[in-house]
Ligand binder design. Structure first.
Ligand code: GDP
Length: 201
């Protein structure tokens, strides 16, 4: 991990059960993905902080919307992970209402980063999410995590497969490894660019 402060200086603000309980934001990006996809590790890598987002050993437990703020006032939201098998049906429905409410109603949301596991590729739930995002006109890009788990000789092929499975161009999928730091600078810059130039400004 690189030494020194990250250009993406995130400070934790609060967790909320519902997006309506969050303070307003001038510009926001959000991260979502199934439990265990590597979201907490990625948030920590982007901020270059080890413990900012808890790297959980108990997938499915982080059931709240977590809000972080940059010095500029722009914000980053870490949405709870989906698709953990042990989560009972009622909780799943609650998750869906929470996420759908957030994604369709949150003012200031510029871009959603949908994380998929680069080794496994998009799951059925990831593909459902992509369909739903298209149907609802939510701007998003895909981030393929854990690229270090893909053998270098296979990476070019995996890039093609994951993009095709997500029905995206290869250039619309960011490949990252929070463990090795690969692709983190580029993704961080994209986050900063999006937050610096909000669509409504
Ligand atoms: P979350 O549930 O989406 O927040 O996922 P976590 O960040 O807690 O990570 C889930 C598991 O994947 C943990 O065991 C992490 O150590 C591991 N992991 C996360 N990112 C990477 C990565 O870039 N490479 C590898 N090899 N493992 C990772």
């Amino acid at each position: 991990m690189a030494k020194g402060p990250s250009p993406l200086q995130l400070r934790f603000v609060q967790s909320a059960k519902r997006h309506v309980d969050l303070p307003p934001s001038p510009a926001e990006v959000a991260m979502v993905g199934r439990s265990n996809v590597g979201k907490s590790s990625l948030v920590n890598a982007l901020a270059n902080r080890r413990q900012l987002a808890r790297v959980s050993n108990t997938p499915g437990r982080t059931q709240l919307i977590n809000l972080f703020v940059l010095p500029s006032g722009a914000t980053v939201v870490d949405l709870p992970g989906y698709g953990y098998a042990a989560v009972p049906g009622r909780e799943k429905a609650g998750w869906q209402a929470m996420i759908e409410g957030y994604l369709t109603e949150r003012e200031g949301l510029e871009l959603l980063f949908l994380l998929v596991d680069g080794e496994i590729g998009p799951t059925k739930l990831d593909l459902q999410m992509i369909d739903w995002l298209h149907d609802n006109g939510i701007p998003f890009v895909v981030v393929a995590t854990k690229s270090d788990k893909v053998r270098p000789s296979r990476l070019a092929g995996r890039r093609q497969q994951v993009a095709a499975a997500c029905r995206l161009e290869e250039g619309d999928v960011f490949w990252v490894s929070a463990a090795k730091g690969t692709g983190i600078d580029r993704l961080r810059q994209h986050v900063l660019d999006v937050l610096a130039a909000p669509r409504g400004a």
